[in-house]
Design a protein around this ligand. Structure first.
Ligand code: B12
Length: 258
């Protein structure tokens, strides 16, 4: 019996330090996510940069840093703006803080990807809409997934999506809309493609805060994704399909195909 004592002690210590390490890692991750969230809410660029660097140094999941940290902060900013607790200027400062953090995180996310020479995607924010933070994240995720992404930027006129799609020999046209008023331009892109007799050449996917699955169905889009990572699942799924039908993705789960 006594001969097993050192062994027992070894395992007891092992499990103690293992748990300690797990707990402190968990706490550290939570602290960084909170710092990212708070930096966006308070619109503090410098703190946002610091928190982003900590996220990289501590190797926390970068999707979590964006979704559970930065985007959660932005969601709260949107809520406060809607209930008139903050003003446009505050929202702009928050956007700058989020962009500052993303400028540090995004290159690392892109590095994770493989340039597999997959198909080309043209992406942009629709006309009249200058919200580009979410669209930029989608572009980075698709790049990291190996697609060639041509980012047309923001406030993109419907015809530009079509022209650039043709120029770049794209397979997918991705349109982001955060404003209800800019959604109708997504429909215009599809209408132009039809009028020019090239609708079948392109897969049109839509997303962004203002967009919802029924809208995607109404305008005859090929796909809708709620979050940036859904865009990757969506495009991969559409590429594998033999016949066309609308694909809806939320939380990396295919909600339905119609
Ligand atoms: C930051 C912000 C701004 C910034 C934008 C800075 C920038 N460079 O982007 C500034 C301050 C400039 C701004 C201005 C305005 N804004 Co603003 N803004 C926001 C806010 C707070 C956050 C948006 C954001 O960046 N979220 C974080 C990102 C990561 O999320 P996301 O954009 O939704 O993207 C994710 C998904 O949607 C998805 N996704 C995005 N695009 C795509 C595309 C595809 C194909 C797919 C599959 C997925 C996908 O992936 C992303 C990551 O998961 C939202 C509130 C909110 N909760 O959304 C209001 C909000 C969008 N704004 C709003 C308004 C009203 C305005 C203004 C009209 C205010 C004014 N009085 O002037 C102007 C409009 C200017 C214009 N012409 O566009 C309203 C829109 C209401 C509506 N439905 O029409 C919102 C909802 C605020 C509110 N609750 O009232 N805004």
């Amino acid at each position: 019996m006594c001969t097993n004592a050192p062994q027992l002690e070894f395992w007891q210590n092992f499990f103690y330090f293992y748990q300690l390490n797990r707990c402190s890692r968990g706490t550290m991750t939570e602290e960084i996510l909170t710092a990212l969230r708070e930096a966006v809410i308070s619109g503090d660029e410098e703190t946002a940069r610091k928190a982003a660097r900590s996220a990289l140094e501590s190797k926390i999941d970068l999707d979590d840093a964006i979704n559970k940290g930065l985007s959660k902060g932005m969601y709260e900013v949107g809520r406060r703006f809607e209930s008139s607790e903050i003003f446009l200027a505050d929202m702009m400062m928050s956007a700058d803080a989020m962009k500052a953090a993303l400028a540090i995180i995004e290159p690392e996310l892109k590095n994770k990807g493989t340039t597999q020479g997959k198909e080309t995607i043209v992406i942009g924010t629709s006309r009249g809409d200058i919200h580009d933070i979410g669209k930029n994240i989608v572009a980075v995720m698709l790049t990291a997934a190996g697609y060639r992404v041509h980012d047309l930027g923001l406030d993109v006129p419907p015809l530009d999506f079509v022209r650039k799609g043709q120029e770049a020999n794209a397979v997918v046209i991705a349109i982001s809309s955060l404003l209800t008023s800019s959604m109708s331009f997504q429909k215009d892109v599809i209408q132009y493609l039809k009028d020019m007799g090239v609708r079948a050449k392109y897969l049109v996917i839509v997303g962004g805060g203002a967009v919802y699955p029924k809208w995607a169905m109404e305008i005859g889009a090929d796909g809708y994704g709620k979050f940036a990572e859904d865009a990757v699942v969506l495009v991969n799924t559409l590429m594998e399909k033999k016949e066309r039908s609308l694909v809806l993705v939320e939380g990396k789960t295919i909600l339905g195909e119609a």
